[in-house]
Write a protein that binds this ligand. Structure first.
Ligand code: 5GP
Ligand code: MN
Length: 334
């Protein structure tokens, strides 16, 4: 982050402010962890922060400290709009373009407050007065840790803030496996554990709390998996009917995409999930090594993300979408 920007933000934060903190739509562990870490930090510094998520977060994140204070924009548009209009500062975390907030984009675009972006996605849009954007980081949470350090406020870190930061680093790094995981990441993790983070309990809260029906749904996704061995690619899909059959609740499909990469010789995988209500097929892409799924998602499926983990969507039917994907893959040199 630029020294001048840090100085300017220090000045802005020198007096109590009304502050809105926004994660992306479909908030994940990093989006919720980073916004709540910042929330607790700002609260400690006498500000009036509030996290406003575009839509609800999954249940497996509901134990995060402060999650009960989070407002959900789509459930309470009038009240949330009023809070946003009164906010002097608006932090946008873990996304790079206002359209990542869905319908909330139109409200955000009209706000008079000062925007500050903290994010690790490629090609950030130019909507913020201050931008801390760096794709070399594995998570926005790691950047929030740095942001607090830049403000010379490391002494404010406590177990609550550390727990939120730990969660986002853990989830966005695939449990410390993905390429953005550095020695520095682990040094930060060590500090967070020293602050009291329950590092053996958090993975249980996040990953070992599936319902029986969620495991059955996973079983279906694994059975639906197709392998295009010649192209080192696998993919799977879940229709709305299948989600309904297994009593799908938000969060149930989280992480399923990774199974496609766990097969020997597979370096590119995708999961296609039908959402009848939104009339889209939501897609997650994952790769190992050099194949850039961010580019693939941007070019063909209205999406983006990182080079090894990205997402997108399709407005076509499931059948057409899968056909388009297969056709594209057969032309790829992976
Ligand atoms: P996931 O597959 O876990 O939903 O997302 C993987 C990564 O891609 C995340 O960093 C996420 O923010 C990004 N991503 C997911 N869906 C989209 C999308 O529709 N558009 C863009 N630009 N990025 C996405
Ligand atoms: Mn992230």
């Amino acid at each position: 982050m630029k020294i001048q920007d840090i100085q300017a933000i220090k000045l802005l934060l020198a007096t109590p402010k009304k502050i809105a903190i926004i994660p992306h739509r479909g908030p994940d562990g990093d989006a919720m962890g980073s916004t709540l870490a910042l929330y607790h930090f700002l609260l400690k510094n006498n500000h009036e922060p509030i996290v406003i998520a575009p839509n609800d977060f999954p249940d497996f994140l509901a134990w995060l400290p402060g999650s009960e204070t989070v407002k959900i924009f789509e459930k309470d548009i009038d009240n949330c709009t009023k809070i946003l209009e009164e906010a002097e500062l608006i932090f946008t975390l873990d996304f790079n373009a206002l359209h990542r907030t869905g319908e909330m984009e139109h409200t955000l675009a009209k706000l008079k407050g000062t925007f500050i972006m903290i994010d690790h996605h490629q090609k950030p849009d130019d909507y913020s007065a201050y931008t801390y954007s760096d794709t070399s980081f594995g998570s926005t949470c790691e950047m929030v840790y740095n942001f607090i350090s830049f403000l010379d406020k490391k002494e404010d870190l406590d177990k609550t803030i550390a727990t939120c930061i730990y969660t986002g680093i853990l989830t966005d790094s695939g449990s410390f496996r993905f390429p953005g995981t550095t020695g520095n990441t682990h040094r930060i993790i060590a500090e967070l554990i020293d602050l009291g983070v329950e590092n053996t309990q958090i993975p249980i809260l996040l990953f070992d709390n599936s319902s029986y029906s969620r495991l059955q749904l996973l079983g279906r996704a694994l059975q639906n998996m197709k392998v295009l061995g010649e192209h080192k690619t696998s993919y799977t899909s879940l229709t709305q009917a299948e989600l309904d059959e297994f009593n799908y609740v938000k969060g149930d499909t989280e992480g399923i995409v990774n199974y496609g990469l766990s097969m020997k010789g597979i370096v590119f995988t995708a999961i296609f999930i039908e959402n009848k209500e939104e009339k889209i097929i939501k897609i997650s892409f994952r790769s190992q090594g050099g194949f850039d799924v961010n580019e693939f998602a941007r070019s063909h499926f209205n999406g983006g993300g990182h080079s090894n983990a990205a997402g997108g969507k399709s407005l076509d039917s499931m059948e057409e979408t899968l056909k388009k994907f297969e056709d594209l893959v057969t032309k790829l040199k992976i």
